[in-house]
Design a protein around this ligand. Structure first.
Ligand SMILES: [Ca+2]
Ligand SMILES: [Ca+2]
Length: 216
């Protein structure tokens, strides 16, 4: 006996059942009970993002405040530097500026070692005249007086050195000088016309010239 299998057909009853099932699934999905957790999770994420944004905003604000403070400090520093810079062209009261150095021509008159110490006390040294331009400057400002300069041969007779122990590369000796006259002359003074003369270090009644670099 031959059996004949007919293609399976979906009955109306099955179709209706499937439709009901789909509807039920959709209703479950959009049921307040199902939507609430989704919304809660979404709200939680948004709150977290807002919190992060707020934190970042606070950090930016703090940075802005710090930058504003830094800017004020820099502007203040700049103003101070400007004041100091303008002071760079002015030597202390009573000193003369020449080629980046300040010079003091004493009104007192003392012996050489006193003069040396007096300059040291002012953060300076007895002048070292190591070029003709500096010589011209001090000659012009000598006002017809004699001044001790930072040259001597105290350590080694006949070998003159400057107070910073440098040797002599430029000189402006008067005629016949240095002559180590009499009982000895180991300290050098600048005569009224700017020429140099070795003289007794203990000789009083001589002024002195101090020199110091003016730095900013
Ligand atoms: Ca001498
Ligand atoms: Ca002499």
């Amino acid at each position: 006996m031959i059996s004949c299998r007919l293609p399976k057909t979906v009955s109306n009853t099955e179709n209706a059942a499937r439709t009901r099932h789909k509807k039920a699934a959709i209703l479950r999905l959009f049921h307040p009970g199902a939507i609430k957790p989704v919304l809660l999770e979404s709200g939680s994420k948004t709150a977290k993002q807002l919190e992060t944004l707020h934190f970042n905003q606070s950090a930016i604000h703090s940075t802005e405040v710090k930058l504003a403070t830094d800017l004020k400090r820099l502007q203040s520093d700049q103003a101070t530097l400007k004041v100091e810079d303008s002071a760079c062209s002015i030597c202390p009261a009573g000193w003369l500026l020449n080629s980046g150095n300040c010079y003091y021509f004493s009104t007192e008159h003392k012996y050489w070692s006193y003069a040396k110490q007096a300059c040291k006390d002012q953060g300076a040294t007895l002048i070292i005249i190591d070029n003709p331009q500096k010589q011209e400057f001090v000659t012009k400002n000598a006002n017809g007086k004699q001044y001790w300069i930072g040259l001597h041969d105290v350590s080694n007779e006949g070998t003159f050195i400057w107070v910073d122990d440098s040797s002599v590369s430029y000189s402006n000796w008067d005629r016949g000088e240095p002559n180590n006259f009499g009982s000895g002359e180991d300290c050098v003074m600048m005569l009224k016309d700017g020429k140099w003369n070795d003289a007794p270090c203990v000789m009083n009644e001589v002024g002195w010239i101090c020199e110091k670099k003016w730095t900013c």
